[in-house]
Ligand binder design. Structure first.
Ligand SMILES: Nc1ncnc2c1ncn2[C@@H]1O[C@H](COP(=O)(O)OP(=O)(O)OP(=O)(O)O)[C@@H](O)[C@H]1O
Length: 363
């Protein structure tokens, strides 16, 4: 079995009587791009700080390459952090910023020069050695910060919202660059963001957090297609969510109608929530529609129209369509059985995975 580079086993962190991480457990494999995603204050930075060794866990075990490191100081861990503000020294040039840690470690001068040259090449900043930090753009500063971290040859690079200060265009460019860099170097990246699009675009694995707990973990596609509850569905992408009943396996009822679906493994007539993504529905005539809505408003979004309407029960539906609709008229909505996602109330990730596995074996 491949060894995990980082393991958290029931880790808890308390600040001033408030539990900010509740028994968090996860495993990180070497060489992958992980993202901690969640709203402000959910505990993302706290997890990074615990991995880096800047703070101590109140309970639980933290392991790096199988070895318990709870009591190992930050400078003895093969982990480096790139902070949101990059924490560069404004009075030093690019070379001295990147060389900083190596100088402190008293590495011989020739070796430092070679190392700095190597890491600047990796982040495509060769020739910028003598530039002052104040003369660098936001994206370039970020690359200097990454180069400085890489100079220490970390096995894990922790990145705490490193793109949040950049404008949208540069941010998108840097997303590609960071992903490409991670794949080229094969180092484990743990990236913190509250931006779901960024997480979906960059990660091999995403951990979705809320209130100090990991709510769901998986690949971007898994999490987008099979959110385990309303929180994840709402946080990752846009979604329409209505109450319903799981009549029996493959039959769900909502808005007064029964529909074929692909879910199962629940109690007959169990109350559930139903989620359908706006882009999975298309507009059709009232006669052909599986649901009927009255169009309330529409916005042109460039690639599609965003149409908002209400069904007979007053539920709001958002639909992305390349066709226009007419406000005030009734239209039909069409969707396939696999576009209906059924979510149980209060289902844990473990129970969700176990149910999916046993149900898929049955069918
Ligand atoms: N040193 C501290 N003392 C007291 N409370 C703290 C301290 N550091 C963090 N917290 C609290 O712990 C919780 C988690 O904080 P954390 O910084 O991990 O959140 P986050 O998910 O990274 O948020 P953001 O996206 O806003 O950076 C928050 O409620 C925060 O107020």
């Amino acid at each position: 079995m491949a060894q995990h580079i980082i393991t958290f086993d029931n880790v808890q962190k308390v600040y001033d009587d408030t539990v900010v991480l509740k028994n968090v457990s996860f495993e990180i494999e070497q060489g992958k791009f992980y993202t901690l995603l969640g709203p402000s204050g959910c505990g993302k930075t706290t997890i990074l700080r615990l991995i880096a060794g800047f703070i101590e866990a109140d309970q639980g075990d933290i392991r790096l390459e199988g070895k318990r490191v709870n009591d190992i100081p930050a400078n003895k861990r093969k982990v480096n952090t790139v902070f949101q503000d990059y924490a560069l020294f404004p009075h030093l040039n690019v070379f001295d910023n990147v060389a900083f840690g190596l100088t402190i470690k008293k590495m011989p001068k020739m070796e430092i020069e070679k190392k700095v040259k190597d890491v600047l090449r990796m982040v495509q900043l060769s020739g910028f050695e003598d530039r002052e930090i104040s003369e660098m753009s936001g994206g370039q500063r970020q690359r200097v910060a990454i180069a400085r971290a890489l100079a220490n040859e970390p096995e894990v690079l922790l990145l705490d919202e490193p793109l949040s200060a950049l404008d949208l265009k540069l941010r998108t460019d840097m997303q590609y660059e960071l992903r490409e860099l991670q794949q080229r170097l094969g180092i484990t990246f743990i990236f913190v963001t509250h931006d779901q699009e960024e997480a979906l675009a960059m990660s091999d694995e995403i951990f979705v957090l809320n209130k100090g707990e990991i709510i769901q973990s998986g690949t971007p596609v898994d999490i987008y297609d099979e959110p385990i509850n309303r929180f994840v569905a709402d946080f990752i992408g846009e979604s329409n969510i209505v109450d319903g009943l799981m009549v029996e396996d493959n039959v769900v009822q909502f808005v007064g109608h029964q529909f074929e679906c692909v879910d199962g493994g629940m109690r007959p007539n169990e109350p559930i929530e139903v989620m359908i993504r706006p882009e999975d529905m298309s507009l059709t005539t009232v006669e052909k529609g599986k649901l009927i809505i009255k169009v309330d408003s529409q916005l042109f979004r460039g690639v599609h129209y965003e149409i908002v309407g209400y069904d007979a029960e007053g539920n709001e539906w958002v639909v992305h369509s390349t066709r226009k609709a007419i406000e005030g008229t009734e239209v039909g909505l069409f969707f396939e059985p696999e576009d209906i996602h059924v979510m149980r109330f209060n289902e844990s990730e473990e129970d969700f995975d176990a149910r999916l596995e046993s149900y898929e074996e049955e069918v």
